[in-house]
Design a protein around this ligand. Structure first.
Ligand SMILES: Nc1ncnc2c1ncn2[C@@H]1O[C@H](COP(=O)(O)OP(=O)(O)O)[C@@H](O)[C@H]1O
Ligand SMILES: [Mg+2]
Ligand SMILES: [Zn+2]
Length: 250
């Protein structure tokens, strides 16, 4: 069905409003809605996360989760006047990292900012495919997008086999964005010494040295990328609330 022309502005996207003696142009509601819609499409949030928002996130009776919700609402409200510019969610699987990261970018998109969702693994695969003339992926497209996106959501950082190429690629993306002060919102379940040793200890309890079972973030993405990321992101340590998916099944 063809879209009807907006009755308020005649499709121009601006309206003249009278204020006291003065008239001024104001963005019409239809333009604001169209922008949010097209930003949402371009964000390419995967279907299984598309509905994740602050409204359907429960604090599960955890004070820590409740506090994180408040902090993130504040971040969205203040954005882009936030320092550091990005967010890094660290914690175990099923604690709601991706849900919250998506909730944040959805809120920012509602506020008119541009954000793009990338799974870490998929991003690296797409960048690699760009080198292959038969893949149909145009060269450097994914790489360029990851560099230039206003806000980059990088989901499941470290969930990829480590190679020099992976380390170089992720380092160059993070370093570029850090230098340009372009925010990264990232999630990871790689343990990091900075979040307390408990995460690593627990894995170690399962038998054997922790690093053999569960590589740290620095081991997965390299020391340099890890330290730039910590510089440019506020660290959100997820509390040990257990895997929500298992709780839901009960
Ligand atoms: N506190 C929560 N309230 C509501 N749903 C949650 C919560 N935590 C996790 N979920 C849901 O559980 C599933 C796993 O959460 P996810 O964000 O993918 O975890 P993580 O990224 O930490 O592994 C998702 O479907 C998510 O929407
Ligand atoms: Mg996740
Ligand atoms: Zn209009």
């Amino acid at each position: 069905m063809a879209e009807a022309v907006c009755k308020l502005c005649g499709g121009v996207g601006w309206r003249i409003i009278q204020k006291d003696e003065l008239s001024a142009a104001e963005r019409c509601q239809c333009a604001v809605e169209n922008r949010a819609e097209s930003l949402t499409r371009r964000a390419r949030i995967p279907v299984n996360y598309a509905a994740d928002s602050f409204d359907n996130f429960s604090n599960r009776g955890s004070k820590d989760l409740a506090q994180i919700q408040i902090l993130l609402a504040g971040y969205c409200k203040e954005y882009p006047a936030v320092n550091p510019p990005g967010l890094l969610f660290i914690g175990e699987p099923g604690t709601g990292k991706t849900h919250l990261a998506v909730a944040v970018i959805r809120r920012l998109i509602e506020n008119g900012f541009e954000a793009v969702f990338f799974g870490y693994q998929q991003l690296l695969d797409r960048i690699r495919a760009g080198y292959d003339p038969l893949s149909g992926e145009s060269p450097r497209e994914a790489y360029q997008e990851a560099l230039e996106a206003d806000i980059l959501l990088l989901d499941d950082l470290g969930a990829h086999r480590v190679t020099d190429w992976v380390e170089d690629t992720v380092t160059s993306i993070i370093t570029y964005r850090c230098n340009e002060r372009k925010p990264i919102i990232a999630t990871t379940n790689c343990p990091d010494p900075d979040m307390g040793v408990s995460n690593i200890e627990r894995v170690a309890d399962a038998g054997g040295p922790a690093h053999l079972l569960h590589k740290t973030l620095a081991e997965k993405i390299g020391m340099r990328a890890r330290s730039r990321l910590f510089e440019m992101c506020q660290i959100i340590r997820m509390p040990k609330v257990g895997d929500f998916r298992q709780e839901r099944q009960r």
